[in-house]
Design a protein around this ligand. Sequence first.
Ligand code: PXG
Length: 441
Amino acid sequence: MSQSTTTPPNDLSAFWMPFTANRQFKKNPRMFVAAEGMYYTTGDSRQVLDGTAGLWCCNAGHKQPRIVEAIAKQAAELDYAPAFQMGHPKAFELANRLVDMAPEGINHAFYTNSGSESVETALKIAIAYHRARGEGSRTRLIGRERGYHGVNFGGISVGGIGPNRKTFGTLLSGVDHMPHTHIPENAFTRGQPEHGANLADELERIVALQDASNIAAVIVEPMAGSTGVLLPPKGYLDRLRAITKKHGILLIFDEVITGFGRLGSAFGADHYGVTPDIMTTAKGLTNGVIPMGAVLTTSEIHDAFMNGPENLIELFHGYTYSGNPIASAAGLATLETYKEDGLFENARDLAGYWEDALHGLKGLPHVIDIRNEGLIGAVELSPIEGAPTKRAFQAFLDAYDAGILIRTTGDIIALSPPLIINKAQIDELIGKLATVLKNLD
Ligand code: PXG
């Protein structure tokens, strides 16, 4: 390894780090300098097992040869092409591959650079779609408490995580929220919980209040990841689908986490057997290696824009890097890796083993709930009185010292390993986590 990758930068102050306790971090920094397969290498040359696929994105693990090669080759061949009024072949090829993977009826892809941008794009498409069909009064948006839809203004407006909203002013107007689906009687459920499908009926109450003629779309994560892994109760998503359909409201699934095999199928929509009108994706689309997102829509939505004179732009929206050549090459290589290496199948095959291992943590100190689905897990801890989040964050630090990377949100530990994981590595991850939990104050 070269000197430059192992020497820590001598001044940490200029970089204002995202979603990080900056002052705490800079007193005791944690640096990764390399990664391969299931493991990160730290600045002090330790191996750390990746229990989170980076930030829910490196589904094929690290340093995948196909992806590394595709990026290098593309950079040497065509580094950038203007995204507006010009094209390059790989962006079209990737769009075709994406809609082939997507549920029946989802036939078009609009590129973004992140999950947050996918959400903004989806919300704008939803509102503009209704207008294009002569229903311009349909502008209201409905999200859900505890929902995470990125950090831009639309996303935090429909999102339901208090701290992400409260310091940023008035947000978008015309937004309502359904209740979240986290109810105590479902504690320690394996997979989808039994209770709570009726919470979808809250949507009918909002429709009664605001009138369907004013509502453009409902956006939910099929499985709410960032807030700490809240699974949809059995029947809940079907009910949301039925109610939205009945009232002509678009249903948007935010699949930024659930897309690309996390639940053992290509998308959450496949896993839960419910097809929305729009899906937002990012993260696993390029294995997290190059920023890229895509919004997938039905032909009905796309075709509603394809009116008017052919020389006019149909949708006044897009990004400098929409469909960037290197990102497109990374996306193609990533999808090929998922397919050729059977990674969604691996996730599906290991889901039972994962579930058993995870629920083996029941009874350890402070553990008040365990949830799982596909290759996702959550272990909820009781908070220290008067100091919420502190206990779980201590677990995160102890885990890092013990050689495993976990994520925490509030007092919930979230796990989402790369889909290349094997049984021995599941044992390593959960075994080390058990030791951490046993020694936690
Ligand atoms: N929608 C969903 C459902 C997400 O989970 C975004 C949108 C935004 O994506 P970008 O690419 O703009 O970050 C996300 C992102 C965590 C964690 O630890 C989750 C996310 C990002 C970072 C950390 O749970 N989700």
